[in-house]
Design a protein around this ligand. Structure first.
Ligand code: PEP
Ligand code: MG
Length: 588
């Protein structure tokens, strides 16, 4: 295989993909490999990939004749044409969802239900009944809803990409055009795009699309989440991505956030050779998590349900679950799941890691994860609104039912699960939650996602048995920057020294009280940052399972003193980039 056609480097895939043609290896070298053009963005999944650039097929082009009116006699047929196209598109999403697993399946199923959503279909049907042609009615109906979602912000705004994707597919179907979206390349390729529709990223074949680079999207966007799951290098928020032409040959450096055009083949090949060695080592990493001088750190999995927990447990490397996002199982539910139903779900995850640590988070409903069965107040700023544990004030019974279900699921377990609440802001909230959890014989903890909780980590830890730092939200709230905003990706970077300083405070509180301090945000998936977190006093790292071996491997290559020195240097830096560089200088 020529290095011209394919080079991919990514420690995060090593465990599951060694031997696969899309070989995954760790990237050590820095540099632009003599590229003629290099553009920069926010790195989200480590690795180096090299190949021809492809872009999604454009949306169908057609003229909307504002004055066009379908004759009354033809309107029924027009409505049928529309219904057939909308159903075909929704069915395709459903079929792709059922042939996918994990978060890909969830994303596709969510898009399928959006494609069937009565709100936009009803609007389109009304327009068609008034004489608007089916394609124009589709565009008008979806654009109207998209505008509404954009105004709502947060997750709703994130779904605009899905909506537009549905619109383009339905219009193409109505007009008899080929389905828009990502081409199926003959050779392993770099996919560049403005932003990727979750439906497209979920269907990606990592043997064909070996890296992602987007002009928009943030570190927690769908693109980033799916890239992490697939284990392919990914850089987002690249303002100048248009300078990398389709058909050109480029590399994507997912560690430094660089995309370069026409790199020097020999230089890239050298980087790959070096990286292959590291990848082989990552694939051989079998735990347990510890520094080279034997300081133990639990390396855990973030999971969403029984199947994802079983998949995480299967290789026998990870030591438990650091974050079970329970709300993800109920995103499409119109009614509250019964206690029995919840019990079965929680038991599936506990059983997958029976005897090991399993940290279950109570529903983090609201903001970017609205649940239909929780009546959310209309809020101008939902990220700062009634979300997470705050939902228990208007709906105390929902939290009680969930804790009862967790206790029932725990009844047959070898070890009591740990239960933590999201979005805790005060000591009183932590105290109240801990009492409810203890009453049920479970181990209470809280997430540190709000800066106030980090500032008061001492008092909060006195109330609970453990804390877990949610770096995604802690970064969002510390930097006052929406985690979904592509424009603010540089601010929503967990390497921001202010964020690290808050984690330092939490780590010190944990050390002083000899209580566990975990990290379960995306920061725990970054091998270099993971070492810094350990240096700050963090005792467990929980991430997407695919990212864990690279983290474990890196940690095993440095001493605790090095982690501490890197942590001091990163906290003292004056920028996120400075913190990365300072840590790299110590940790290699
Ligand atoms: C976090 O905020 O870092 C976190 C782990 O929670 P979520 O990403 O689910 O909000
Ligand atoms: Mg969070």
């Amino acid at each position: 295989m020529s290095v011209f056609t394919f080079v991919c480097v990514d420690t995060s895939r090593a465990m599951s993909n060694l031997g696969h043609m899309n070989e995954v290896v760790a990237m050590e070298s820095a540099g632009n490999y003599g590229a003629s053009v290099a553009v920069h963005g926010t790195p989200v999944v480590n690795g180096l990939a090299y190949g021809p650039v492809i872009r999604p097929a454009p949306s169908p082009e057609f003229d909307i004749d504002a004055g066009a009116v379908v004759a009354e006699a033809d309107r029924e047929a027009e409505a049928k044409r529309f219904a057939a196209a909308a159903t075909t598109v929704a069915d395709r999403f459903t079929a792709r969802a059922s042939s996918s697993t994990g978060s890909s399946a969830e994303v596709l199923a969510a898009t399928a239900s959006l494609a069937k959503d009565r709100a936009w279909i009803g609007t389109a049907n009304t327009l068609i009944a008034d004489g608007t042609p089916a394609a124009a009615a589709t565009v008008a109906a979806i654009d109207k809803i998209a505008e509404m979602f954009t105004k709502l912000g947060g997750l709703m705004a994130e779904r605009v990409t899905d909506l537009k994707d549905i619109r383009d597919r339905v219009v193409a179907e109505i007009l008899g055009l080929p389905e828009p979206g990502i081409p199926n390349p003959d050779e392993p390729s770099i996919l560049c795009a403005d932003d990727l529709a979750p439906a497209d990223t979920a269907g990606l074949d990592p043997a064909r699309v070996i890296a992602l680079a987007t002009r928009l999207g943030g570190p927690s966007s769908h693109t980033a989440i799916i890239a992490r799951q697939l284990g392919i290098p990914c850089v987002v928020a690249i303002a100048e991505l248009d300078r990398i032409p389709t058909g050109g040959t480029a590399f994507v450096d997912g560690e430094r956030g660089v995309v370069g055009l026409d790199p020097d083949v020999e230089e890239v090949a050298a980087a790959v050779a070096k990286a292959r060695e590291a990848a082989a080592a990552a694939s051989a990493w079998k735990g347990p998590g510890q520094t080279s001088d034997g300081h133990r750190v639990l390396i855990l999995a973030n999971v969403a349900d029984g199947p994802s927990a079983r998949a995480a447990a299967e290789p026998g490397v990870l030591e438990g679950v650091g974050l079970f996002r329970t709300e993800l199982a109920f995103l499409d539910r119109g009614d509250e799941p019964s206690v029995d139903e919840q019990t079965a779900l929680y038991r599936a995850v506990i059983d997958a890691f029976d005897g090991d640590k399993v940290v279950i988070r109570t529903l983090d409903a609201g903001s970017d994860k609205p649940l239909k069965f929780v009546n959310h107040p209309d809020e101008a700023n939902p990220a700062m609104g009634v979300r997470g544990n705050r939902i228990a004030t208007p709906h105390p019974e929902i939290r009680i039912h969930q804790l009862d279900a967790i206790a029932a699921a725990a009844a047959a377990a070898t070890a009591a699960p740990w239960v933590m609440a999201p979005m805790i802001a005060t000591v009183a909230e932590a105290r109240e939650f801990a009492a409810l959890v203890r009453e049920r014989g479970l181990v209470p903890g809280v997430m540190v996602e709000v800066p106030s909780a980090a500032v008061q980590a001492d008092q909060i830890l006195a109330e609970v048995d453990f804390v877990s730092v949610g770096t995604n939200d802690l970064t969002q709230y510390t930097m006052a920057a929406d985690r979904m905003s592509p424009e603010l990706a540089a601010l929503t970077d967990p390497w921001q020294p202010a964020v690290l300083a808050l984690i330092e405070r939490v780590g010190a509180a944990g050390t002083a009280q000899d209580k566990p301090v975990g990290v379960c945000g995306e920061a725990a998936a970054d091998p270099l940052l993971a070492c810094v977190l350990v240096g700050l006093g963090v005792t467990s790292l929980s991430s997407a399972p695919a990212a864990a071996p690279a983290v474990g491997l890196k940690l095993g290559s440095v001493t605790l003193d090095q982690c501490r020195a890197a942590a001091r240097a990163a906290v003292a830096a004056d920028s996120a980039a400075g913190a990365r560089d300072a840590a790299r200088a110590v940790l290699g």
